[in-house]
Ligand binder design. Structure first.
Ligand SMILES: [Zn+2]
Length: 339
């Protein structure tokens, strides 16, 4: 049986809880006890690791994601690769993950990002091969994804309260999700549209109900894309400006837990905006199975970065001032040009 030994007086305990209760007798805070007896330092800054709880203290090698990423850039390449491989193996094991996680899982969970891994190991699939797991979403994006699907008829669920605008659409009661294709083109693929607030509420308070919805989807051999209508890079700002604020750490840990259980029948993607959802959802529905094992968030984000400027740049200044700007980007541009 594992023993927990007090480093101050050598007394041992059967449980960590017992040890923690005992430490108070030395008139010490838990953090002080660990920092004194098990000093740990940020690999980049060499500052002591900040203590929040014992589990966090021993699992962290950096105080912030920023210092972690800087170390990845600055430290010798081989050392970084070795570190990342070991870290991944350990975390996948501890979390009992069946597959290597998605880009969204990595970045919300403070793991090295997909771009860092691609740069160091040549590709995610190659990297996963080295640690003996397959990625949850390891396929490449298909060429059909880049075609124009704007004239495709989309079926919309009767309960969808803010339907997106498509050229052709038809409202009907759907089993799950808000959008799918009519039977003649059906791909067993459904999309659920969510504002950031809906998304956060669904994966927290609505967790159990949402899991039942995904299970129903899975039992019918279908796949659900949960499309969140916000830019991932904006959501912390969106959340802190909102009347009802969510604990983002908790929201994302619930999202990750859904991915860990159901990566074979659902995935999350942040579309950018409502306008972007109108473009993305028909692509998702039409490409169907070709996208089930694609890390869509990763590719769509690149697409937004690449096309963002061209796609959203208003044609003339006149037009910008005449129309109500629709996206944050346009609003920013709008302000900058006027000032
Ligand atoms: Zn003691």
């Amino acid at each position: 049986m594992m023993q927990f030994e007090c480093k101050e007086c050598d007394k041992s305990f059967d449980t960590q809880r017992g040890l923690h209760m005992h430490i108070k007798k030395h008139d010490m805070l838990l953090g002080d006890y660990y920092v004194k007896n098990y000093p740990r330092f940020d690999k980049l800054t060499k500052n002591p690791i900040e203590f929040k709880n014992a589990k966090q203290y021993f699992s962290r090698d950096f105080n912030t994601t920023r210092t972690m990423n800087l170390w990845f850039e600055k430290a010798p390449r081989d050392e970084v690769k070795k570190y990342i491989l070991e870290k991944f193996k350990k975390r996948i094991e501890n979390k009992h993950l069946k597959h290597a996680p998605s880009s969204l899982y990595l970045k919300t969970g403070d793991w090295p990002t997909l771009d860092v891994i691609k740069k160091l190991f040549g590709g995610y699939n190659a990297f996963c091969g080295q640690i003996g797991v397959t990625p949850a979403y390891g396929d490449n994006i298909c060429k059909e994804f880049f075609e124009d699907y704007s004239d495709q008829e989309v079926w919309i669920d009767t309960r969808e309260n803010k339907p997106l605008g498509f050229e052709k659409s038809y409202v009907i009661k759907l089993d799950f999700g808000d959008y799918t294709l009519p039977p003649k083109n059906y791909t067993h693929t459904h999309a659920e549209r969510k504002s950031f607030q809906d998304f956060a509420a669904t994966v927290t308070n609505g967790y159990a109900r949402f899991v039942r919805e995904i299970e129903r989807c899975k039992s019918l051999g279908c796949f659900l894309f949960i499309v969140v209508e916000d830019n991932y890079n904006n959501i912390y700002k969106t959340n802190s400006a909102a009347y009802k604020k969510f604990n983002m750490g908790f929201v994302f840990s619930r999202m990750r837990s859904i991915e860990a259980q159901f990566s074979d029948c659902c995935q999350f993607v942040f579309s950018g905006s409502r306008e972007d959802s109108e473009e993305l959802i028909p692509k998702i529905l039409c490409c169907g199975k070709k996208l089930w094992k694609v890390d869509l968030q990763y590719f769509w984000e690149k697409e937004l970065e690449k096309n963002g400027l061209d796609r959203r740049k208003p044609e003339t200044l006149q037009e910008v001032q005449g129309n109500k700007p629709r996206s944050t980007f346009q609003r920013r541009l709008h302000r900058r040009r006027r000032s």
